[in-house]
Design a protein around this ligand. Structure first.
Ligand SMILES: [Zn+2]
Ligand SMILES: [Zn+2]
Length: 416
């Protein structure tokens, strides 16, 4: 496929006729895509970004996965998630119990963010995606389909059923050796919905959906720019107006993106030491609090012989936030310095930052899952520590910064 794309670079359309012209979302280079031969990945000629992945799957597979996930979210939220028996007292929880518990302990902003990520946004993501895929398969040409697909794609990283499942698994493995804990019907639906979230992501052939909504440009205009959301190529004169396919505002480079991303990164740096010094949670036994910072949580998992989860938490909660802060600072500052060095590495790192950043939520979700379960009046309770809001702020601010950051700006020096 890469070879085919290269061939098309010399306009050998007879070998593999072009599919249309797209703009690379990572570097902005406008290029022709070859007609897909069924399987493989077409990479950007300049920055190596995978422009199109084709596995020969019909959109019916993605629709089946998205729709099943959407339907499963109802029992996953309404039926019991987990049940724990402590000294004869049985505590049951649903997904929203942890959100309510965090709210009642005086952290409404944290409860709001966690509630959005594990309750509201999964419904929105899979509801919108199912509606779009049904409309595309029915051959509809309604104006709402493009914006709906753009929003559902933007929500993909914020709808966190898959990360939530990992949070549940870590907490489960911590508690199971000491207390009888059972997975409720809602818990099984969470497992199924989380796995289907991953399958949906893998089976969705985004480029084909965009083409079905509105075909790519056949030939690039003399002076062209590309939509940063759907990669549609339009004339430069359309800058500042709305994309005819997805209704996002069109820019050659998103204005003030680097400054905004750096401001978010700086705010994350301020929260970073607080997140690691203060406990994420306190486990109160007979009124005596035992604090757990991120690192004590990792050591507890090691002590319990849970090596896999200890490594997962260390990578997700320590390594990934550090990597994100480093990459965002490096790329932001190198744009200010107009550096043209290592552009491919910087672009690949910003893409990686965007893709893995969400997994840092595991520790937060572990607290949210077990806060309503580990509760026995006057004997035992879990209390949110100051480290948790600070850590959530680091994770969310760096995710927003990675979203805001327009890696096409890195390539301005190369464009000249
Ligand atoms: Zn590129
Ligand atoms: Zn667009």
């Amino acid at each position: 496929m890469k070879l085919a794309a290269l061939l098309l670079g010399v306009e050998d359309a007879a070998v593999d006729p072009p599919h249309g012209v797209v703009g690379c979302p990572s570097c902005g280079r406008i290029q022709e895509l070859p007609r897909s031969a069924g399987h493989g990945t077409v990479h950007c000629l300049r920055c190596d970004h995978p422009l199109e992945r084709t596995a020969g799957r019909a959109s019916a597979a993605a629709l089946a996965c998205a729709l099943t996930t959407f339907v499963l979210l109802f029992p996953a939220n309404l039926l019991p998630l987990l049940r724990v028996s402590i000294l004869g007292v049985v505590n049951r929880s649903v997904i929203a119990s942890g959100v309510a518990g965090i709210w009642h302990q005086g952290w409404p902003a944290v409860a709001g963010v966690v509630g959005l990520e594990i309750v509201v946004l999964p419904f929105l993501r899979f509801g919108l995606l199912s509606a779009v895929l049904i409309a595309v398969r029915a051959g509809l040409r309604a104006a709402w389909i493009g914006p709906a697909f753009r929003i559902s794609e933007a929500l993909d990283q914020w709808a966190m059923m898959d990360v939530f499942l990992f949070g549940c698994a870590v907490g489960y493995s911590r508690v199971a050796p000491f207390l009888p804990i059972t997975i409720g019907a809602g818990g099984w639906c969470v497992i199924a919905a989380a796995l289907l979230t991953l399958v949906t992501r893998a089976s969705l052939e985004r480029r084909a959906i965009w083409r079905a909504i509105r075909p790519d440009a056949a030939f690039p205009p003399a002076t062209a720019l590309a939509c940063a959301s759907c990669d549609l190529v339009v004339a430069n004169a359309q800058a500042g107006t709305r994309c005819p396919r997805c209704r996002a505002r069109l820019f050659g480079h998103r204005p003030l993106a680097t400054m905004r991303a750096l401001a978010m990164t700086l705010a994350a740096f301020v929260c970073y030491p607080i997140a690691y010094v203060y406990p994420m949670e306190y486990s109160e036994r007979l009124g005596v609090p035992h604090g757990y910072t991120i690192m004590t949580g990792v050591f507890k998992l090691l002590d319990a012989g849970l090596w896999f989860f200890a490594i997962v938490i260390f990578v997700a909660s320590v390594m990934i936030p550090l990597l994100k802060l480093f990459v965002l600072s490096w790329c932001g500052l190198s744009i200010h310095a107009a550096s043209s060095r290592r552009l491919r590495s910087k672009t690949a790192l910003t893409r990686l930052t965007r893709e893995i950043g969400r997994w840092s939520h595991i520790d937060v979700f572990t607290v949210a899952v077990f806060l309503p379960l580990m509760h026995l009046p006057d004997y035992l309770r879990v209390v949110v520590g100051r480290g948790l809001p600070a850590f959530l702020a680091v994770v969310v601010l760096t995710m927003i910064a990675a979203d805001l950051f327009d890696s096409r700006t890195l390539w301005i020096t190369d464009d000249r």
